[in-house]
Design a binder for this molecule. Structure first.
Ligand code: HEM
Length: 325
């Protein structure tokens, strides 16, 4: 395609650069969920009451008797951060498109980053225009967690090929991991319901989910126990099948962050959900997703990266396997 010939002549990015972009994607995708929670706990959700403009006729905050400057700037800064996350996502996609030979899985995962940011911009706009209706805030958060998961898969895909998937643990253990991911999804959804009924709506006038917080928090915590139970079962299975140290180190990291997040959840519940703990709990949720996805990627393999085409033949040869991301 002549229009894109200049693009295909650009140099292929190094593995280190691709990894740096993917790590930045993990950090920014999880980070914007945390800054979003800061918007919520500071009651700044409607600091900019319109979207995409902050105020009718102005993209940026303006002095207004009914809208405090602090709330305007908190919400506006979070909107600006979307640009940073979008930039990182675009860098991931451009890097993946320049890799030779082209790797479909890598490109799809990289493309999910900017696509996800675009989707989140629409969902975020919808959230503002509906006055922060609780289910929209919840969807906004959950989509972020899906993007964090995909960013971790992207980071791993940078260092692996496109061969048939090879399971590094017995099939029943993979099934346990699938169950574990399912319970994590339910745990996150339950968390958003606790938030929806809780005190931090993002704006004092926003109607809350009319369900008892104690019951929702109980379901949320019960799902944590289920999650931990599956994780312990997985640990016994891993021990019986003698997996390598890399899988073990990821397993113990996951156990550690889940326990820390669970303790934090209990503390914030018993202390009346202070703002700062609510924001740290969102950070913890992102870290739990990263750790679960990291264990997931460590237990299967798509083979070595294919070597770049040689100038003479235009053909590729098998390259040695790279270390895991
Ligand atoms: C691995 C364990 C846990 C994870 C991954 C997790 C995750 C989450 C998530 C995603 C939210 C919603 C955040 C938002 O919508 O902005 C949330 C909210 C909440 N969680 Fe957890 N949670 C965990 C454990 C716990 C435990 C054990 C408790 C104790 C009851 C707890 C108490 C709460 C409370 C009170 C909220 C509402 C915070 C608010 O109103 O802002 N969490 N959690």
């Amino acid at each position: 395609m002549p229009a894109f010939s200049w693009f295909s002549r650009l140099p292929a990015p190094s593995l280190a650069l691709q990894r740096a972009f993917a790590v930045a994607a993990v950090i920014t995708q999880a980070g914007i969920a945390v800054t979003g929670s800061v918007v919520r706990v500071t009651g700044s959700g409607l600091g900019c009451p319109t979207w995409p403009e902050c105020f009718p006729g102005s993209l940026t905050p303006v002095a207004h008797p009914e809208f405090h400057a602090f709330n305007q700037w908190v919400e506006f800064s979070n909107r600006l951060l979307t640009g940073v996350v979008g930039f990182v996502g675009a860098a991931c996609l451009i890097a993946a498109l320049l890799v030779r030979p082209r790797r479909r899985r890598l490109v799809w995962l990289a493309a999910s980053m900017p696509a996800g940011v675009a989707a989140q911009a629409v969902i975020g706009g919808f959230t503002v225009l509906t006055g922060l209706v609780w289910w929209s805030v919840a969807v906004h958060f959950l989509v972020s967690m899906v993007l964090v998961w995909l960013a971790v898969l992207l980071l791993r895909a940078v260092g692996e090929g496109e061969g048939p998937v090879r399971r590094l643990v017995p099939r029943p253990l993979r099934a346990l991991q699938v169950a574990n991911a399912g319970v994590l999804a339910a745990l996150l959804v339950a968390g958003t319901l606790v938030t929806s009924a809780g005190p931090h709506s993002g704006d004092s006038k926003t109607p809350r989910l009319d369900l008892p917080i104690a019951t929702l928090a109980q379901v949320h915590a019960d799902l944590l126990f289920l999650y931990l139970g599956v994780l312990v079962g997985l640990g016994f299975g891993l021990r019986a099948s003698g997996v390598d140290r890399r899988i073990w180190s990821r397993y113990w990291w996951l156990i550690g962050v889940v326990l820390a997040q669970g303790c934090l959840g209990m503390v914030q519940y018993w202390t009346g959900v202070p703002e700062v703990l609510a924001a740290i709990h969102v950070l913890g949720a992102g870290v739990v997703v990263v750790a679960t996805a990291a264990l997931w990627t460590a237990t299967r393999d798509y083979g070595p990266i294919p070597a770049p085409p040689t100038p003479a033949s235009g053909r590729t040869a098998d390259a040695p396997a790279t270390t895991a991301a």
